[in-house]
Design a protein around this ligand. Sequence first.
Ligand SMILES: *Cc1c(COP(=O)(O)O)cnc(C)c1O
Length: 454
Amino acid sequence: MCTSFFDDAARRARRYREAIGERRVAPDDKAVGALSRFREPLPEHPCLPEEVLALLDEAGSPATLATTGGRYFGFVTGGSLPAAVAANWLAAAWDQNAAMAVMSPVAVTLERIALEWVVDVLGLPDGTAGSLVTGATMANFTCLAAARHAVLTAAGWDVESQGLFGAPPVTVVAGAEVHVSLLKALAMLGLGRDRVVSVPADSQGRMRADSIPDLRGPAIVCLQAGNVNTGAFDPAVEAIAIARRHGAWVHVDGAFGLWAAASPNYRHLMAGYDQADSWATDAHKWPNVPYDSGVALVREAAPLYRAMSSQAAYLASQEPVREPYHYTPESSRRARGADLWAALKSLGRSGLAELIDRTCAHARRFAVVLTEAGYEILNEVVINQVLVSFGEPEVTLRVIERVQAEGVCWCGTTVWQGHRAMRISVSSWATTGEDVETSARAIIAAAREVAVRK
Ligand SMILES: *Cc1c(COP(=O)(O)O)cnc(C)c1O
C-alpha cells in the first residue's frame, strides 16, 4: 500500500475536524438521503482502498452528528480530545490484541497505567482493580458480576460454576431514578430488572437513603453518582453506612458523575463514594476519549478476576503481569488503553480539573441566560446538566424540534419526573463561551418563534 493512502485518510479526517464549527450540528435531509449511495449488493469484485475511503468520506462524513464540535449538547456526549483521537488512529494502525501481554506488551502496559491514573485522579482506594470495557453499560455489568460473585460466595454459593439455579436469592437495591443500563446489566446477569428493590428519590433524583429497607442475605446496593438528567448524586455517606450494616456490596454507577472527583471544586459531591466496593464509569463522556471507552473498577481484584476469568482458580497473585482478559467480559479487544492514556497524559491532573470546571460553568451560564429569558430550569445545576421547560409539554417538544432542525446546536428531549424537558449536557472539551452564547440565542429565538405560532 502506498504511503499516500494513509496521508489521504489523515487529510480527510483533518478536513472533517477543521470544518466542524461551520457546519450544521445535525445533518440535513439531503445528507441523510445521500446515505443511499452505500446501498448496493455485496460487491462481487475488489475496489481500490482509495475509492472505498472516498465514498466513506463523501457520503458518510456529511451524515454525522457534529458531536466533536462545540455545540452538541445531546445525551451526555464527550467530544474526543485531539491527542486521544490521534492515539486511537495509531493504535488502529498497530492492530494489537489487548487480551494478553504476550500478544501486545504496549497495549497491556498502557491499559494498566491508564487504570492506575483513573484510580488516582478519582480518589479511589489504592490498589483498586479494574478493566477497560466498551462503556458504562458493560462497566456496570462487569462490576455487578464481581458483586454477584462476592455476595454469593459469602453465602456459600459458587455462581460461576453452578449458575443461579438453586442459588440463594440476591436482593438488589437501587434508587427510583436508576439509569436503564444498570437494569439491563442486572437482567443480563440473571438478577432480574423487575426484582430490584426501588428506593424513592427526591426532586433531583437522589435516592432517599433512609428508605433503604432492611436487607437479609446476599445483597447489592446500587448508588448513582450523576443522574443522567439532573446530574445529582445519591447521598453516599448515609447510603453506604446503611448498606454496610446489612453486609451488602455497594456498587456505584458514575458514568459521568464520577469525574467530578477530578476537580477540587466539585470533589465534595463525591464525598463517601470511595467507600464503595465497585464503580462503573465512561471515558467517552466527560474525559472526552473517543468511542467506545468505559472503565470498570473494583476495590478487590479477586471477585473481579473470579467473575471474569475463564480460569476457575484465582491465579492473579502468581501472574508475572496483569492479563487483561482475566478481568473483562471480552477476550480479544482493541488497545483502548492507548486512547485513555493519551487523554490523561495530554490533560494532566490540572487539565482534567479545568475541563470539569469549564463545562460546569458553561452549564450554569445556560441556566442563567435561559432563566433571564423567562424559561424554567427544572433541576439544580450541580454539574454539567441543565433541564429546561418552555411551558406546556407540546411547546417544549416543538422548541426542541425547531432547535434540532435549525442546526445551530443540538439538544435532546427527556421527561423528568413527569415533565417534558430539553436536556442540555455540556460534556465536550470543544465547547467555548461563544458556543454557549450562540446556542442560547438560537434556543431562545426558537422558543419565541414557537410561542408566536402557537
Ligand atoms: C450514559 C450512562 C450509562 C450508559 O453508558 P454507556 O456508555 O452508553 O454504556 C449508564 N449510566 C449513566 C448514569 C449514564 O449517564
